[in-house]
Design a protein around this ligand. Structure first.
Ligand SMILES: Nc1ncnc2c1ncn2[C@@H]1O[C@H](COP(=O)(O)OP(=O)(O)O)[C@@H](O)[C@H]1O
Ligand SMILES: [Mg+2]
Length: 224
Protein backbone atom coordinates (compact mmCIF):
# COMPACT_ATOMS: atom_id res chain seq x y z
CA UNK A 1 0.00 0.00 0.00
CA UNK A 2 1.41 3.38 -0.95
CA UNK A 3 1.33 5.63 2.08
CA UNK A 4 2.77 8.88 0.79
CA UNK A 5 2.28 10.15 -2.73
CA UNK A 6 3.42 13.46 -4.07
CA UNK A 7 2.22 14.28 -7.55
CA UNK A 8 3.67 17.08 -9.64
CA UNK A 9 4.14 19.52 -6.77
CA UNK A 10 5.32 23.02 -7.60
CA UNK A 11 6.22 25.85 -5.27
CA UNK A 12 6.69 29.46 -6.20
CA UNK A 13 7.52 32.25 -3.80
CA UNK A 14 6.26 35.69 -4.77
CA UNK A 15 8.94 38.36 -5.20
CA UNK A 16 8.67 42.01 -6.26
CA UNK A 17 9.90 40.92 -9.70
CA UNK A 18 8.80 37.57 -11.17
CA UNK A 19 7.86 34.68 -8.85
CA UNK A 20 10.75 32.53 -7.65
CA UNK A 21 10.09 28.99 -8.88
CA UNK A 22 11.66 26.59 -6.34
CA UNK A 23 9.91 23.27 -7.01
CA UNK A 24 8.99 22.59 -10.63
CA UNK A 25 7.02 19.37 -10.60
CA UNK A 26 8.13 17.00 -7.85
CA UNK A 27 6.66 13.51 -7.64
CA UNK A 28 7.49 10.63 -5.31
CA UNK A 29 5.86 7.74 -3.53
CA UNK A 30 6.74 5.85 -0.38
CA UNK A 31 5.23 2.65 0.97
CA UNK A 32 4.74 1.89 4.63
CA UNK A 33 8.07 1.35 6.37
CA UNK A 34 10.08 2.90 3.54
CA UNK A 35 12.74 5.58 3.84
CA UNK A 36 13.94 8.23 1.42
CA UNK A 37 17.04 10.41 1.48
CA UNK A 38 16.98 13.72 -0.37
CA UNK A 39 20.23 15.41 -1.26
CA UNK A 40 20.93 18.57 -3.20
CA UNK A 41 22.84 21.84 -3.01
CA UNK A 42 21.96 24.60 -0.59
CA UNK A 43 19.01 26.62 -1.83
CA UNK A 44 17.71 23.82 -4.10
CA UNK A 45 14.37 23.53 -2.28
CA UNK A 46 14.94 20.62 0.11
CA UNK A 47 13.49 22.35 3.17
CA UNK A 48 10.67 23.74 1.04
CA UNK A 49 9.74 20.22 -0.07
CA UNK A 50 9.95 18.83 3.48
CA UNK A 51 7.69 21.62 4.76
CA UNK A 52 5.13 20.72 2.09
CA UNK A 53 5.34 16.99 2.94
CA UNK A 54 4.69 17.88 6.58
CA UNK A 55 1.82 20.18 5.60
CA UNK A 56 3.60 23.15 7.21
CA UNK A 57 3.46 24.96 3.89
CA UNK A 58 1.13 24.71 0.88
CA UNK A 59 2.28 23.81 -2.62
CA UNK A 60 1.51 26.28 -5.40
CA UNK A 61 0.09 23.35 -7.39
CA UNK A 62 0.10 19.57 -7.29
CA UNK A 63 -1.11 16.92 -4.87
CA UNK A 64 0.10 15.39 -1.62
CA UNK A 65 -1.61 12.40 -0.08
CA UNK A 66 -0.75 10.60 3.15
CA UNK A 67 -2.74 7.42 3.53
CA UNK A 68 -6.18 8.43 2.30
CA UNK A 69 -5.85 12.07 3.33
CA UNK A 70 -5.03 15.11 1.20
CA UNK A 71 -3.90 17.49 3.96
CA UNK A 72 -4.39 20.59 1.82
CA UNK A 73 -8.07 19.76 1.35
CA UNK A 74 -8.61 19.92 5.14
CA UNK A 75 -9.99 22.92 6.98
CA UNK A 76 -7.60 24.77 9.29
CA UNK A 77 -8.58 22.86 12.41
CA UNK A 78 -8.23 19.45 10.78
CA UNK A 79 -5.00 20.52 9.13
CA UNK A 80 -3.53 21.46 12.53
CA UNK A 81 -4.64 18.07 13.86
CA UNK A 82 -3.10 16.33 10.87
CA UNK A 83 0.26 18.00 11.48
CA UNK A 84 0.16 17.22 15.16
CA UNK A 85 -0.91 13.58 14.91
CA UNK A 86 0.51 12.30 11.64
CA UNK A 87 3.83 14.11 11.23
CA UNK A 88 6.99 14.21 13.35
CA UNK A 89 9.69 16.76 12.52
CA UNK A 90 13.39 16.76 13.41
CA UNK A 91 15.32 19.89 12.43
CA UNK A 92 19.02 20.67 12.13
CA UNK A 93 18.74 22.74 15.28
CA UNK A 94 17.07 20.72 17.96
CA UNK A 95 14.33 23.34 18.65
CA UNK A 96 14.00 22.12 22.24
CA UNK A 97 12.61 24.62 24.73
CA UNK A 98 15.57 25.79 26.84
CA UNK A 99 13.70 26.16 30.12
CA UNK A 100 12.27 22.62 30.05
CA UNK A 101 13.93 19.31 30.95
CA UNK A 102 14.41 16.57 28.34
CA UNK A 103 11.36 14.77 29.71
CA UNK A 104 9.20 17.91 29.66
CA UNK A 105 10.32 18.68 26.11
CA UNK A 106 9.22 15.23 24.95
CA UNK A 107 5.85 15.74 26.68
CA UNK A 108 5.19 19.05 24.91
CA UNK A 109 3.44 17.54 21.84
CA UNK A 110 1.09 15.66 24.20
CA UNK A 111 -0.06 18.85 25.96
CA UNK A 112 -2.57 19.41 23.16
CA UNK A 113 -4.66 16.69 24.86
CA UNK A 114 -4.43 18.35 28.29
CA UNK A 115 -2.32 17.66 31.33
CA UNK A 116 0.04 14.71 30.75
CA UNK A 117 -1.24 11.44 32.24
CA UNK A 118 1.01 8.91 33.95
CA UNK A 119 0.80 6.85 30.74
CA UNK A 120 2.07 9.87 28.79
CA UNK A 121 4.98 10.27 31.18
CA UNK A 122 5.78 6.57 30.92
CA UNK A 123 5.74 6.77 27.15
CA UNK A 124 8.03 9.82 27.15
CA UNK A 125 10.42 8.10 29.56
CA UNK A 126 10.35 4.94 27.44
CA UNK A 127 11.22 6.91 24.30
CA UNK A 128 13.99 8.82 26.05
CA UNK A 129 15.33 5.47 27.24
CA UNK A 130 15.12 4.14 23.69
CA UNK A 131 17.24 7.02 22.37
CA UNK A 132 19.81 6.48 25.12
CA UNK A 133 18.81 9.28 27.51
CA UNK A 134 17.37 7.31 30.44
CA UNK A 135 19.94 8.99 32.70
CA UNK A 136 19.24 12.48 31.33
CA UNK A 137 15.51 12.94 31.94
CA UNK A 138 15.84 16.05 34.08
CA UNK A 139 18.63 17.70 32.10
CA UNK A 140 17.83 20.92 30.29
CA UNK A 141 19.04 21.33 26.69
CA UNK A 142 22.03 23.41 27.85
CA UNK A 143 23.02 20.46 30.05
CA UNK A 144 23.03 18.01 27.12
CA UNK A 145 25.61 17.46 24.37
CA UNK A 146 24.69 18.24 20.75
CA UNK A 147 24.06 14.57 19.99
CA UNK A 148 21.97 14.17 23.15
CA UNK A 149 19.86 17.17 22.18
CA UNK A 150 19.16 15.59 18.79
CA UNK A 151 18.25 12.32 20.54
CA UNK A 152 15.76 14.20 22.71
CA UNK A 153 14.38 15.94 19.61
CA UNK A 154 13.89 12.53 17.95
CA UNK A 155 12.04 11.22 21.02
CA UNK A 156 9.82 14.31 20.92
CA UNK A 157 9.11 13.81 17.22
CA UNK A 158 7.97 10.23 17.89
CA UNK A 159 5.87 10.78 21.00
CA UNK A 160 2.55 10.96 19.11
CA UNK A 161 3.49 7.96 16.94
CA UNK A 162 3.46 9.85 13.63
CA UNK A 163 3.14 7.89 10.38
CA UNK A 164 5.52 10.29 8.70
CA UNK A 165 8.88 11.23 10.20
CA UNK A 166 10.64 14.14 8.49
CA UNK A 167 14.20 15.15 9.28
CA UNK A 168 15.86 18.23 7.80
CA UNK A 169 19.66 17.85 7.97
CA UNK A 170 19.32 16.21 11.40
CA UNK A 171 23.04 15.54 11.69
CA UNK A 172 24.25 18.77 10.07
CA UNK A 173 25.59 20.25 13.31
CA UNK A 174 27.19 17.07 14.68
CA UNK A 175 30.68 15.57 14.44
CA UNK A 176 30.82 12.57 12.14
CA UNK A 177 30.83 9.83 14.80
CA UNK A 178 27.83 11.39 16.56
CA UNK A 179 26.14 11.96 13.21
CA UNK A 180 26.54 8.26 12.35
CA UNK A 181 24.96 7.13 15.59
CA UNK A 182 22.05 9.57 15.21
CA UNK A 183 21.55 8.42 11.62
CA UNK A 184 21.47 4.77 12.66
CA UNK A 185 19.05 5.57 15.46
CA UNK A 186 16.64 7.32 13.08
CA UNK A 187 16.57 4.32 10.77
CA UNK A 188 16.19 1.83 13.63
CA UNK A 189 13.27 3.76 15.08
CA UNK A 190 11.65 4.16 11.68
CA UNK A 191 11.83 0.38 11.17
CA UNK A 192 10.51 -0.31 14.68
CA UNK A 193 7.58 2.09 14.21
CA UNK A 194 7.03 1.09 10.56
CA UNK A 195 6.71 4.76 9.77
CA UNK A 196 7.77 6.61 6.65
CA UNK A 197 11.04 8.47 6.93
CA UNK A 198 12.19 11.31 4.69
CA UNK A 199 15.62 12.72 5.51
CA UNK A 200 17.31 15.70 3.92
CA UNK A 201 21.03 15.31 4.34
CA UNK A 202 24.44 16.25 3.03
CA UNK A 203 25.86 13.02 4.46
CA UNK A 204 26.35 10.29 1.88
CA UNK A 205 26.75 7.76 4.68
CA UNK A 206 23.34 8.68 6.09
CA UNK A 207 21.74 8.77 2.63
CA UNK A 208 23.00 5.27 1.90
CA UNK A 209 21.13 3.85 4.87
CA UNK A 210 17.80 4.86 3.26
CA UNK A 211 15.94 2.64 0.80
CA UNK A 212 15.47 5.38 -1.78
CA UNK A 213 17.91 8.17 -2.60
CA UNK A 214 16.93 11.18 -4.63
CA UNK A 215 18.52 14.45 -5.58
CA UNK A 216 16.87 17.85 -6.11
CA UNK A 217 18.13 19.63 -9.17
CA UNK A 218 16.52 22.57 -10.96
CA UNK A 219 13.36 22.10 -8.93
CA UNK A 220 12.97 18.45 -9.94
CA UNK A 221 13.54 15.29 -7.94
CA UNK A 222 15.85 12.87 -9.74
CA UNK A 223 17.15 9.38 -8.94
CA UNK A 224 20.53 9.81 -7.28
N1 LIG B 1 9.41 31.90 2.56
C1 LIG B 1 10.19 32.13 1.49
N2 LIG B 1 10.00 33.22 0.72
C2 LIG B 1 10.77 33.45 -0.36
N3 LIG B 1 11.77 32.62 -0.77
C3 LIG B 1 12.01 31.53 -0.03
C4 LIG B 1 11.24 31.22 1.14
N4 LIG B 1 11.71 30.06 1.67
C5 LIG B 1 12.72 29.67 0.86
N5 LIG B 1 12.91 30.54 -0.15
C6 LIG B 1 13.90 30.42 -1.24
O1 LIG B 1 13.67 29.16 -1.88
C7 LIG B 1 14.89 28.54 -2.22
C8 LIG B 1 14.94 27.14 -1.60
O2 LIG B 1 15.05 27.26 -0.20
P1 LIG B 1 15.16 25.99 0.75
O3 LIG B 1 14.01 25.09 0.48
O4 LIG B 1 15.31 26.48 2.13
O5 LIG B 1 16.50 25.32 0.21
P2 LIG B 1 17.42 24.16 0.85
O6 LIG B 1 16.72 23.62 2.06
O7 LIG B 1 17.60 23.15 -0.24
O8 LIG B 1 18.72 24.82 1.19
C9 LIG B 1 15.99 29.45 -1.75
O9 LIG B 1 16.44 30.19 -2.85
C10 LIG B 1 15.31 30.34 -0.74
O10 LIG B 1 15.91 31.60 -0.70
MG1 LIG C 1 17.30 23.58 4.05
Amino acid sequence: MTMLTVDNVTKEYPTPAEPLSVLRGVSLSLDRGESLAIVGPSGSGKSTLLAILGALDRPTSGQVQLGTVDPFALNDMNLAEFRRDRVGFVFQDHHLLPQLSALENVLVPLLADGKPTSADIERAEMLLGRVGLAERLTHRPAELSGGERQRAAIARALVRSPVLLLADEPTGNLDSATADSIGRLLVELQVEHQSLLVVVTHSEALAETMQQQKRIEDGKLLEN
